[in-house]
Design a binder for this molecule. Structure first.
Ligand code: NAP
Length: 291
């Protein structure tokens, strides 16, 4: 579909470093075109040391809202006039919107994106989160909002695990060595480590859980991998082969984007399927490990 940019076109965008391989521009611009909205979504590469200059600069040129990715998700908090409570609990903002009175408001639609594929799960199911970084924090908040639990987090940094318990005292923390004895009662496993993510030049097929460990899960457990390159990851491929229910991290990416776009457009429904198709096409173009 032909895009017309005119003097009245409004700007949305993404700040991060790097942003060149982001799927968000393709996803958002496809949805905006399908909706006939006179907006354009632009990736802005912003180095860490330029963040404090870039954020007021985006306001000065009238940007309506923007996404935030690595390395700015935490660093942006002090530059915002308002931060929603759940984003503050997670300690990260991925979506920023212009406030009517000036300044920026921040929220975390990674939490909304994370929960969307899990909405059909029963409450109160034992859940295991692998990893204790930024994505784990969004996943914990999402699991608790869904009423899942007990929620256990496996990490290798005792400092990060202690910090998680300070925010969410109800979460149990484990070392990787303690993992196996909890697998037989775990109905949902979420990988928030980058293990399994394709790296150029690396032929290794890595997975945060072995086939033997996946076999310990109850039949039909849900296995959710936040990594989505390759799609499916080795973890999800093995989980499907063993009869578990795989959930791709691409769904989280699509739904965090849909929630952000709807927010910027004043709560309008957005075409999620258009965003999914655009993300998949872009991933096939840039994310195919064999390309
Ligand atoms: P992060 O803050 O760096 O956290 C990564 C976590 O994984 C840390 O706890 C780290 O442990 C652990 N880890 C790293 N390598 C490990 C290994 N070999 N074995 C065991 N643990 C390991 O990164 P993040 O921002 O949370 O992102 C994590 C992954 O989620 C990335 O692949 C990212 O692309 C993906 N993600 C996907 C979405 C989506 O929309 N689908 C959204 C956000 C993130 P240490 O703390 O000990 O280093």
């Amino acid at each position: 579909m032909e895009r017309r940019i005119s003097g009245s076109t409004q700007l949305l965008g993404l700040i991060g470093d790097p942003v060149a391989h982001s799927l968000s521009p393709a996803m958002h611009n496809a949805a905006l075109a399908a909706m006939g909205e006179d907006y354009c979504y632009v990736p802005f590469p912003v180095a860490a040391e330029r963040l404090a200059v870039a954020v007021p600069g985006l306001a000065a040129i009238g940007v309506r809202g923007f996404n935030v990715t690595i390395p700015h998700k935490q660093a942006i908090l002090p530059l915002l006039s308002q931060v929603e409570a759940r984003a503050a609990a997670v300690g990260a903002v991925n979506t920023v919107y212009a406030l009517p009175e000036g300044g920026w408001g921040g929220t975390n639609t990674d939490i909304d994106g994370f929960v969307q594929p899990l909405l059909g799960l029963e409450k109160g199911i034992p859940t295991l989160i692998l990893g204790s970084g930024g994505a784990a924090r969004a996943a914990i908040q999402g699991c608790l909002e869904l009423g899942l639990g007990p929620v256990r987090v496996v990490g290798r940094s005792s400092e990060k695990l202690r910090a998680l318990q300070q925010t969410w005292p109800q979460v149990e923390t484990l070392s990787w060595a303690e993992l196996d004895c909890h697998l037989p009662e775990t109905c949902l496993v979420v990988n928030t480590t980058p293990v399994g993510m394709h790296k150029p030049g690396s032929p290794a097929e890595l997975s945060p859980l072995s086939r033997e460990q996946l076999r310990l899960l109850p039949a039909g457990a849900t296995v959710y991998d936040l990594v989505y390159v390759p799609d499916p990851t080795p973890l999800l491929r093995m989980a499907a082969e063993l009869g578990h229910t795989p959930v791709s991290g691409l769904e989280m990416l699509i739904h965090q984007g849909a929630k952000a776009l709807s927010l910027w457009l004043g709560g309008k429904p957005v075409p999620v399927e258009v965003m999914r198709q655009a993300a998949r096409q872009q991933l096939a173009r840039i994310g195919d490990p064999n390309s």
